[in-house]
Design a protein around this ligand. Structure first.
Ligand code: GLV
Ligand code: MN
Ligand code: MN
Length: 411
């Protein structure tokens, strides 16, 4: 019998780190062989914790524990199992494995809950493969959009074909939805992905809400030409136009109190002695309110159109993703706070999440709250992501106590 302690949770993070398509950091994207191996491994651990493991119609790995009666409501616990490219081993994964460990601990102590439990290991939160993020949690929240079937991954495979290759039936994706089921709420534990807890010398924090986000594919189109022969006055250099936008993103977002990032940029044809004729680049934009985020986007768009006009370029936009800013539910956040207090922290730190989480999509299904765990130097989306074992130990105690606080509020 396993111990369901912090050392084991961290060992399991190490095991999942081996399910990767790349060696320079972890890369595990939606509906890939690595995803399948991860679901299988996590399913074994779910069974071991007394849950009934199964994979849903969208490729999410789930573990269910029925409540005392057939009509009992369900408390959802979880996070995601996919990664960005070059990822560390804790973003998302730690939250899933902590939820499993807490259920194993409660089972071993003979604790029965007044509700059912569904542990969810979402298959896609990052959107790495198909551009559109939160696919797994959107399926569970009943927000699947058939327009997504034609999304293509880097190798040209559509989401529809990827479903089939994974052994899933696209026509059945609606079966992953939990809409209409009696649900108490959703609790997610996650590394902070920022330095605030470390700076405040705290192991844990309670999340107040999650920033709203939008993601775009942007394109500047000019004309390729000879890097020596073409005079400056006649150039239509798409990279110079895109560069003006990249620096404006930082300036406009920072001045307004939003966050903008251009994480990907590709110049075509991409040769040293050719003027770039086309540049494709991305924009990730976040803010505490949707209004602020949208205002900053309008300013960026205006700047891009001006830069394009000045350089005789075309500027095109395609929006891949929009998620509204959400707030946690007071009663569930109070349970998380009570959980942290039970570990000896009398006044838990409250934080706004600047990172996106499955809870953003699940917010359309039910109330949610989140527990944040300190990570080293705030590093995340990087292979050097690190957590302390003693922090994970206290996080397990707090998360377990939060589940028990929800139970106490139910009876
Ligand atoms: C998810 O990790 C996001 O915030 O992009
Ligand atoms: Mn992430
Ligand atoms: Mn995450």
């Amino acid at each position: 019998m396993s111990a369901f302690d912090a050392a084991e949770v961290l060992e399991r993070c190490d095991v999942l780190a081996t399910h990767t398509a790349a060696n320079d950091g972890i890369e595990r994207t939606y509906l890939t062989p690595e995803h399948a191996r991860t679901n299988w491994t996590v399913g074994e651990w779910m069974d071991d914790a007394g849950l009934t493991a199964w994979q849903d119609a969208a490729g999410n790995q789930r573990g269910s524990l029925p409540g005392p009666t057939s009509g009992s409501p369900v408390l959802l616990l979880g996070s995601h199992l996919d990664t960005v490219p070059g990822a560390g081993r804790y973003d998302g994964i730690l939250g899933v494995l902590m939820a499993i460990a807490v259920m194993g601990r409660l089972r071993d102590r003979g604790v029965t809950l007044p509700f059912g439990i569904e542990v969810l290991g979402f298959g896609d939160e990052e959107g790495t493969r198909f551009g559109r993020t939160l696919l797994g949690s959107c399926a569970v929240a009943g927000r699947w959009d058939d327009a997504w079937w034609s999304l293509r991954g880097p190798n040209g495979v559509t989401l529809h074909d990827a479903f089939r290759a994974f052994g899933l039936d696209p026509d059945s994706v609606g079966e992953a939805s939990m809409v209409g089921q009696p649900i108490i709420g959703y609790l997610e534990a996650h590394i902070e992905q920022g330095p605030l807890l470390q700076d405040a010398d705290r192991a844990l924090g309670v999340v107040e809400g999650i920033m709203g986000a939008r993601r775009f594919e942007l394109r500047m189109t000019g004309e390729a030409g000879h890097a020596g022969g073409m005079p400056y006055g006649r150039r239509r250099d798409a990279l110079l136009g895109a560069s003006e936008v990249v620096t404006a993103v930082e300036e406009l977002a920072r001045d307004a109190g939003a966050i903008g990032t251009v994480g990907r940029l590709q110049a075509h044809p991409g040769a040293m002695n050719v003027i770039p004729g086309r540049v494709d680049f991305s924009l990730d934009l976040r803010a505490e309110t949707d209004g602020l985020r949208d205002r900053v986007w309008r300013e960026i768009e205006e700047k891009a159109l001006k830069a394009a006009a000045a350089r005789n370029l075309a500027f095109d936009v395609s929006e891949l993703h929009a998620a509204r800013a959400t707030s946690v539910a007071a009663a569930l956040a109070a349970a998380v706070e009570a959980g942290i207090r039970s570990t000896g922290d009398p006044e838990p730190m409250r934080l706004m999440s600047k990172a996106g989480h499955d809870a953003m999509a699940i917010a359309d299904l039910c109330d949610y709250a989140m527990l944040f765990i300190r990570c080293k130097d705030g590093i995340s989306h990087h292979r050097d992501e690190a957590v302390r074992e003693d922090d994970v130990a206290v996080a397990l105690d707090a998360f377990e106590a939060a589940v028990l606080a929800v139970a106490a509020a139910q009876v």
